[in-house]
Design a protein around this ligand. Structure first.
Ligand code: SF4
Ligand code: SF4
Length: 489
C-alpha cells in the first residue's frame, strides 16, 4: 500500500520513490511562539515597516499628502517630487533596481527578505499574535481546536461557549486589523483625510468602498487563513530563489554531523558514549516553524528563513548545557569544512548591475526636466492664405508644468525667418498645471524654403532654468513657394 507523506515533509528520497499524496488535506499548524535573538531582530524590521505603512499617508508636505498616487489626475506624489505618466520609465527603472537588489541580497544572505521584511511574514506575525491573545499558547490552541463548537453537528452545545467566544474575539481582531490595512492602502490613492471624512458622512464613492473591502478581505484571508500556504504555493519567489543560491549563500541549516544520532537523554549524562549526537529530538524547532517543516530534513523551499528554529534550538542547547548553533545561519561550503568567500561571479555580477543602475537612475533623476511641451497641428485646415498674402498655420500647444512651483515661460519659434505669432506673450503655468494654448503662426511665403517646412517650438523661462521644445511643420501652398523659388533662380 502506498504510504502517505504530508507534502511539507517531503524529502528527495520521497520524490524519487513517488510515495506522496498530491491531494492531501491541509494540516493545521499550531505554531509555538518563541523568544530569542533573531525574533528581536524581526521586531526591529517589522515594526518600522508597519509604522511606516500606517503613518506615511498621514504625513503632509507642501499642503498635500506626502505620498499619494492620484490616479484620476495622473500625478504621483512621492515626498517633494511629482511624477507624471511620462516618468513611468523611471518607475520601471526603479523596479529593475529593486529586482537586482533582491537577487544580490538573496545570493548573499538567502531569504532574509522573506524572514524579516516580507509583508506576508510581518502581517502573519501580527495575526498570530492576535490569535495567541484570544486563544492562548500552542497547547491551549490545540486543546481548544478539539473542543466542540457552540453549534455542533449534534446540535446546541453548551461546552462550546468557550471556543466560540474566543474564535469570535480572534476573528474580530483579525478583521479590525485587516480593515485598517485595507483602508490605509486605499489612503495611498485617495487622500486619506478625505477618505475618512467621506466615509463618516456616507459620501465615499462606490469604487473606493469596493477597493477598501477587497483589500480588507485580501489581508484577512492571506494573513489569517492562508498564511504559510501563500509562501509555499502562491509566492513565485520561493520557486526561483534556488537559481540565486550557491554554495556560499547564507542559509539556515541543521548540523547533521553534530546532531545525529538524535534521541532523548537525561541532562549531564555521557550521551556520546551512548552513540547520541547533540539533538535531543525535542521537536521544538518544528513546533516554532510557521511553515511546519522540519529543518533537520535539510534545506527546503518551504523554509522562509525566519530563524525561529535557531532561537528555539539555542534555548534547548542552553538548557542542556551544550554549545549553541546546532541549527544556525551557515553556508554549504562551511558545513563541508570550507570557508566563505565573496569572490563569486554571480554575486559580483548582481552587485555591479545594481550599482550601475543606481548611478544611472540618480543621474537621470538629477537631469530630469519637470516640463513637457506637446504641439499638435490644427486638424481643421492645413493652412490659410490671409488677405495680405501671408500664410497662417494654427497649432495647439500643451504645456505641462511638473515642477513644485509656478513658472513663467516665453514662447519662441525656430525654423522660420519672417513670421509673427498670435498671441505673442509669456504664459504662466501653475505647479502641476496642464495648459492648452491656441497659437497662430503667420509667415511671409517669400521667406519659406519649402511648402512643408520643419519648425521647432521652444518654451523657456527668462532665467533659462527650464526649457522644452517640440518639433512640428509649417505648411504653405506649393504654388506660392515654387514661384518664390523661381524668383530666387
Ligand atoms: S530544537 Fe534542536 S534539539 Fe530540539 S529537535 Fe530541533 S534540532 Fe533537535
Ligand atoms: S525551518 Fe526554521 S527558518 Fe525555516 S521557516 Fe521553519 S522555523 Fe523558519
Amino acid at each position: 500500500m502506498m504510504q502517505k507523506i504530508p507534502a511539507r515533509n517531503l524529502n528527495s528520497e520521497d520524490l524519487d520513490s513517488r510515495v506522496f499524496n498530491l491531494y492531501e488535506k491541509r494540516e493545521k499548524i499550531f505554531t509555538r511562539s518563541i523568544e530569542g535573538f533573531f525574533q528581536r531582530i524581526r521586531l526591529f524590521t517589522g515594526w518600522p515597516l508597519l509604522l511606516g505603512y500606517f503613518l506615511l499617508p498621514w504625513i503632509n508636505l507642501d499642503e498635500r499628502q506626502a505620498v499619494l498616487f492620484d490616479l484620476p489626475a495622473r500625478k504621483f506624489y512621492v515626498l517633494w517630487l511629482t511624477f507624471w505618466p511620462q516618468d513611468f520609465v523611471l518607475l520601471g527603472w526603479l523596479l529593475a533596481i529593486a529586482a537586482f537588489a533582491l537577487f544580490f541580497v538573496t545570493t548573499l544572505w538567502g531569504r532574509v527578505w522573506c524572514g524579516y521584511t516580507c509583508p506576508q511574514t510581518v502581517w502573519t506575525a501580527i495575526f498570530m499574535w492576535a490569535e495567541q491573545i484570544a486563544e492562548g499558547d500552542r497547547n491551549q490552541r490545540i486543546k481548544l481546536d478539539k473542543q466542540p463548537s457552540l453549534l455542533s453537528s449534534k446540535g446546541w452545545n453548551r461546552t462550546g461557549f468557550n471556543k466560540t467566544w474566543r474564535r469570535v474575539f480572534k476573528h474580530s481582531m483579525w478583521f479590525g486589523f485587516a480593515a485598517l490595512t485595507g483602508v490605509t492602502f486605499i489612503g495611498y490613492f485617495y487622500p486619506i483625510r478625505d477618505l475618512i471624512s467621506d466615509a463618516l458622512q456616507w459620501q465615499l464613492p462606490l469604487i473606493a468602498v469596493a477597493w477598501c473591502v477587497f483589500f480588507t478581505l485580501a489581508t484577512y484571508i492571506n494573513a489569517g487563513w492562508l498564511r504559510e500556504q501563500v509562501c509555499i504555493y502562491m509566492c513565485p519567489y520561493a520557486r526561483f530563489q534556488s537559481a540565486m543560491f550557491d554554495r556560499n549563500t547564507l542559509v539556515i541549516s541543521y548540523d547533521t554531523a553534530r546532531g545525529e544520532q538524535r534521541g532523548a537523554r537525561r541532562r549531564n549524562t555521557d550521551y556520546k558514549a551512548e552513540g547520541l549526537g547533540d539533538c535531543i529530538d525535542c521537536t521544538m524547532c518544528v513546533q516554532v516553524c510557521p511553515t511546519g517543516i522540519d529543518i533537520r530534513d535539510g534545506l527546503q523551499f518551504q523554509c522562509i528563513g525566519c530563524a525561529a528554529c535557531i532561537d528555539a534550538c539555542d534555548g534547548i542547547m542552553d538548557k542542556m548545557g551544550y554549545q549553541r548553533g546546532l541549527i544556525s545561519y551557515t553556508t554549504e561550503n562551511k558545513l563541508a569544512g570550507g570557508s566563505w568567500t565573496w569572490k563569486r561571479p554571480k554575486l559580483i555580477g548582481y552587485g555591479v548591475a545594481m550599482l550601475v543602475m543606481c548611478v544611472l537612475f540618480v543621474v537621470v533623476l538629477w537631469n530630469r526636466v519637470p516640463l513637457t511641451l506637446e504641439v499638435m497641428r490644427d486638424r481643421a485646415s492645413l493652412y490659410q492664405q490671409l488677405s495680405d498674402g501671408r500664410i497662417e498655420n494654427v497649432y495647439r500647444l500643451r504645456i505641462i508644468n511638473m515642477d513644485a512651483q509656478d513658472r513663467e515661460f516665453g514662447i519662441s519659434l525656430e525654423g522660420l525667418s519672417d513670421f509673427s505669432m498670435i498671441p505673442d506673450q509669456t504664459v504662466v503655468v501653475g505647479t502641476g498645471e496642464v495648459r492648452d494654448l491656441l497659437l497662430r503662426v503667420q509667415a511671409d511665403p517669400a521667406s519659406l524654403q519649402s511648402f512643408n517646412q520643419d519648425i521647432v517650438f521652444v518654451i523657456q523661462e527668462s532665467n533659462g532654468a527650464l526649457r522644452a521644445e517640440s518639433e512640428s511643420r509649417f505648411i504653405a501652398p506649393s504654388s506660392s513657394v515654387n514661384s518664390n523659388q523661381g524668383r530666387a533662380q
